[in-house]
Design a protein around this ligand. Sequence first.
Ligand SMILES: [Zn+2]
Ligand SMILES: [Zn+2]
Length: 148
Amino acid sequence: MRCPRCDDPVVIVEHHEIELDHCLSCAGVWFDGEELALLFAKAQIDIAPDLASILAEPALDDDTVERIGEAWRDCPRCGDRMDKVPVGDDEDTRVDRCDAGCGLWFDGGELRSMMRHLNDAADGALERAVAFVEEVFPVDDEPTEEPA
Ligand SMILES: [Zn+2]
Ligand SMILES: [Zn+2]
């Protein structure tokens, strides 16, 4: 699979028996269909209702995406253009979602932003989830340097 953002090949990251596709160049993360729910289930974190509400958010319309200057990304599985889905009222976090149900793409740092946002909304009840995500993606905020 290639990164929908920079077209580099992604690597498979395995953590707690969950396999995720991770781009080392831009620090983005791809979740196939149910992997995100599986990740939280493995971490024994029950945030399914919050997550479901995010994934059910209506996508931004084309005009809004153009106005805020977001780049469209094509689904790395089926090649269709993905939807932009806002996470709550967090202006900086917009997840790419394949309308065909292939999965979700988080740009580098977006997954952590989403978790922090959910955690704030839940009055800190999701600290474990935040810690788990940061354990899986310790360098999520900064793209990994290419080895010389
Ligand atoms: Zn990339
Ligand atoms: Zn797709």
